[in-house]
Design a protein around this ligand. Sequence first.
Ligand SMILES: C[S@@+](CC[C@H](N)C(=O)[O-])C[C@H]1O[C@@H](n2cnc3c(N)ncnc32)[C@H](O)[C@@H]1O
Length: 250
Amino acid sequence: MEYRGSQFYDREEQFARYTARRGSAENANDTLEEPIIWEMSGDVKDFSILDVGCGDARFGWKLLQAGAKHYTGLEGSQNMYGLAVRTLQEVPSQSKVIHTTIEDWTQAQNPKEASSYDLVVSRLVLHYIEDLESIFNQIYEVMKPGGRFIFSVEHPVITSTLQPTGLRTDWVVDQYFVPGYRTQDWMGGPVMKFHRTVEDYFQAGRSAGFQVVNLRESKPVRERFIHQETYERRQRIPLFLFMELRKPAT
Ligand SMILES: C[S@@+](CC[C@H](N)C(=O)[O-])C[C@H]1O[C@@H](n2cnc3c(N)ncnc32)[C@H](O)[C@@H]1O
């Protein structure tokens, strides 16, 4: 059996390995991904924020500490949802976690949610999703005019040819212009990730009506690494792609 999206995180062995990896020194999320998300987010004071695929919602906690007014997380995995509820239990009036797949949330069309968020974030989730168009349209709907949508994904040079995890010394980029699901042996189990090109992400944003205002890659910064060797390894290939989209003000 192959596992898509949040199903993967509800397999106990993979969930344990993923959470252990996230806690390890010099992990890619803390050294390469999160710093750029913060740089792109800027000042979040008084913002209402939606996090699409929030995981354990630790980012939500940090956003509230940084002055955000309210945080809503959407999460499809029961295991992750449980962690997220625990992370935010001390701030119930400022936070909400909804246990839903992103696809179901997209279909639900809650009119009360329309134009309600200053910032929507989605970190390392959209490469699990096939129908990007519907999700981008729904995110556009729920954002305030002038609001921003910031997301990170596994970089398309990585998702083109998914290789087993481990300390890699070489990479393959192949079938780059062939979109679709690929299966990877990841954290000791199979998972399906949806490959699309950099241009596909860019055009999906424009088709939904967004202005694409920023694009980043996970260029490493020496100070964020303990070991020179890890820093040099991270200079070889981009692991993550980031985009910032804006809903026009009028
Ligand atoms: C790599 S984790 C990232 C979690 C969090 N955004 C972070 O950066 O710490 C991916 C998360 O996306 C969730 N996810 C993946 N596909 C999903 C879907 N279709 N609907 C809801 N959640 C999904 C998974 O359950 C998992 O928590």
